[in-house]
Design a protein around this ligand. Structure first.
Ligand SMILES: Nc1ncnc2c1ncn2[C@@H]1O[C@H](COP(=O)(O)OP(=O)(O)O)[C@@H](O)[C@H]1O
Ligand SMILES: [Mg+2]
Length: 353
């Protein structure tokens, strides 16, 4: 079922947390609401669920306007960072709880719990109590409980944040599998860009209560609307170089000897214009044509790849990710190149040109 948010505004006291937000999640889609801590992601999710009242705006689930419908009647499945399982109940009882409250028959409850337990792979854990489960298993139970009422939409608020790294990876793909098998429209709130990029159809990136861009992960990575988005996506992160245009080339700040030709699609910039270049680590490589000289000041072996930080003569840094076979060492003077076609260019407001 499609989720539409129109003109959503929310204040806490005098502080405007969300101003006039518009967002559509297509039927069957998993959308990430991605942004730094405190930007308003949970506030948005709670308003869609009906836990928070909106100061202005509308929420629609399919054709149904649920703006004034109480949370319990919106038929939303919710999963939080804390699993919020009832410790004295078994897994079976936890999952069955929403149906028990509705006084469904024992036979129906049993059938539905078995079905959903199979979907999230916890069929053999039904008699255990939450304390006897791992974090990942508890999160599966909490997901099963959210799904058992066949909700129209699924809201996930940092559901993997409490898991250790290995489990987080496993549960990440599990979340995606379960969402795809149920075909349910879902919003995944996260501050983890890798999580958002790896399992969501589209990302809505937020900063300070505003959505800056909504796009597929690839689009957002390759064509970020501004330098905030460019800096938020990518690990290791993009490097920025500031400079001024002189006769079609960019002279880097602090050193008239460091210059980079501007990519073709942004030629014709006037002399004196202040620009910021964004170069991703995969686009600063020994074989690329536009050479930028510097010294290797940091090397980190990561197994399959090595990360290098290269300090330019003006003090700016460029990062490079290379295959583990790369022979460069700390202290080397290098003259690697950037790929001109891949350079991102931003104006002095941070907007990408
Ligand atoms: N109940 C509340 N009362 C007052 N301020 C709140 C409340 N809930 C959230 N806020 C504020 O709203 C902003 C957004 O919070 P939140 O939506 O929780 O951010 P996120 O989930 O992106 O980390 C924060 O500045 C937070 O302090
Ligand atoms: Mg939050």
């Amino acid at each position: 079922m499609e989720i539409v948010v129109k003109g959503f505004t929310k204040h806490f006291g005098d502080t405007a947390v969300i101003e006039n937000m518009n967002l559509t999640v297509k039927d069957g889609e998993m959308l990430a609401l991605l942004g730094p801590s405190g930007c308003g992601k949970s506030t948005t999710l709670f308003a869609i669920c009906g836990i928070h009242k909106m100061d202005a705006g509308q929420v629609l689930f399919g054709d149904r306007d649920v703006t004034h419908v109480p949370a319990q009647q919106r038929n939303v499945g919710m999963v939080f960072q804390s699993y919020a399982l009832y410790p004295h109940m078994t897994v079976f009882q936890n999952i069955a709880f929403p149906l028990t409250v509705r006084r469904e028959s024992k036979v129906d409850i049993k059938r539905k719990v078995m079905e959903i337990a199979d979907l999230v792979y916890i069929g053999e854990l039904l008699e255990r109590r939450p304390a006897q489960l791992s974090g990942g298993q508890q999160q599966r139970v909490s997901l099963a409980r959210a799904l058992i009422r066949r909700p129209g939409v699924l809201m996930l608020d940092e559901p993997l944040a409490n898991l250790d790294a290995r489990l987080r990876l496993e549960m990440r793909s599990e979340l995606r599998r379960i969402q795809q098998e149920t075909g349910i429209a879902a919003i995944l709130v996260t501050h983890d860009q890798v999580e958002a990029m790896s399992i969501c159809d589209r990302i809505a990136i937020m900063d300070q209560g505003k959505i800056l861009q909504i796009a597929t992960p690839a689009e957002m990575y390759q064509r970020p609307v501004n330098s905030f988005v460019a800096g938020f996506l990518g690990d290791p992160p993009i490097s920025f170089l500031d400079g001024v245009v002189r006769q079609g080339i960019l002279v880097l700040q602090g050193d008239a000897d460091d210059t980079i030709p501007l990519p073709e699609h942004i030629s014709g910039q006037p002399d004196g214009k202040v620009l910021r270049l964004g170069v991703r680590p995969e686009h600063y490589q020994p074989h690329f044509p536009t050479k930028v000289k510097g010294a290797v000041v940091f090397v980190e072996m990561q197994g399959r790849e090595i990360l290098f930080d290269v300090k330019l003569s003006n003090g700016d840094l460029l990062r490079s990710v290379q295959a583990a076979s790369s022979q460069f060492k700390l202290g080397d003077t290098v003259e690697w190149g950037v790929d001109p076609a891949q350079i991102l260019v931003f104006d002095d407001h941070g907007t990408r040109l």
